[in-house]
Write a protein that binds this ligand. Sequence first.
Ligand SMILES: Cc1ncc(COP(=O)(O)O)c(C=O)c1O
Length: 378
Amino acid sequence: MDCQRHLFDMPMDVAYLDCAFMSPLMGQVLAAGRSGLARKAQPWKLGPDDFFADAALLRALMARLMHARAEDFALIPSVSYGLAVAAQNLPVPQGKHILVLAQQFPSNVYIWRDKARRCHGAVKTVSRRPGQSWSEAIVPAIGPQTAIVAVPQVHWIDGGLVDLAAVGAAARRHGAALVLDLTQSLGALPFDAAAVDADFTVAACYKWLLGPYSTGFLHVAERHHQGQPLEQCWHNREAAKDFAALTEYRDALAPGAARYDAGESSNFALLPAVKAALAQILDWGVEAISATCAEHTAHLAAAARACGLEAEGERLRAPHYLSLTLPESAPDDMLQRLRARNVFVSRRGNRLRVTPHVWVNDADIERFGAALKSVIAA
Ligand SMILES: Cc1ncc(COP(=O)(O)O)c(C=O)c1O
């Protein structure tokens, strides 16, 4: 893909390499969000349909992105919300375990610690050896004692890739449920919901889906469409569009995964922005985004290598994600020093996380290399 910086409000002297932290909003996404927010300035123009129309369009866009069906999606505000729905609807028999990865993102750990406590089960944490892929570590750890496998597609700190088809097959072999957090991959890495066949899949929109904060999706396999939502909302009931009849109190929930929609998920300000972001991602194509990010991370890895910092081999890491191991001598204020040179990356433990996207250009990569050299050599 050609560089898409013109779509972003990003000065040419800023090297923003931190999509894994938070993506910037494109101009058209910001405009859609602004006009979405403006709808609330004139509420007399809003009608019952406005509570449902954008939500329906979003489910359809997500279906295209994940090779799924629109009716399999719920709208949620956060990953922790979606995982709470998953935990509520999956059994953990006494003594069985929930499998997570070492240093997995906290929203995908605390919920399972809580679930294990309540069910007298346990959380089992899988680590991997140097040179080993995450899938090579996870698959043998799944066994008859596994109730749930709760993993990402890409590890948020080390950028390691998880082969979800292999993990899904192992989970199914042992009768374990599969719960996925795609926040660090969806939009930048192809994902096929039908092929992986997870039970519950969540993603926040504010990173690789290029959307606003406090928006996300939950994909629910059809076998869980009769489960219990976290909340008792008015809008995910049958006939909810009939505002005059809302106090007829219908206990029957909406068909499909919409029963799991969070309260006030018909967000007039945010949903139009999410829609604009997803439309642009689908227009580019996830394969093209992934290939573009892969080129950037290859160049960034070369620049880091010139400074003595190694990234994981390409077989083990996600193409859009670079995680550099820092030497013990790396200065504590490394990030601030890079920021002073207009280079923006994240540090998590002894890892420098460098995550470009389609706005990155050659000058950004040069700026990164020069800044890293001055900071590491200092
Ligand atoms: C892998 C992963 N999952 C989830 C989140 C966000 O979780 P939540 O929406 O619960 O704040 C992040 C944020 O960094 C993340 O990296």
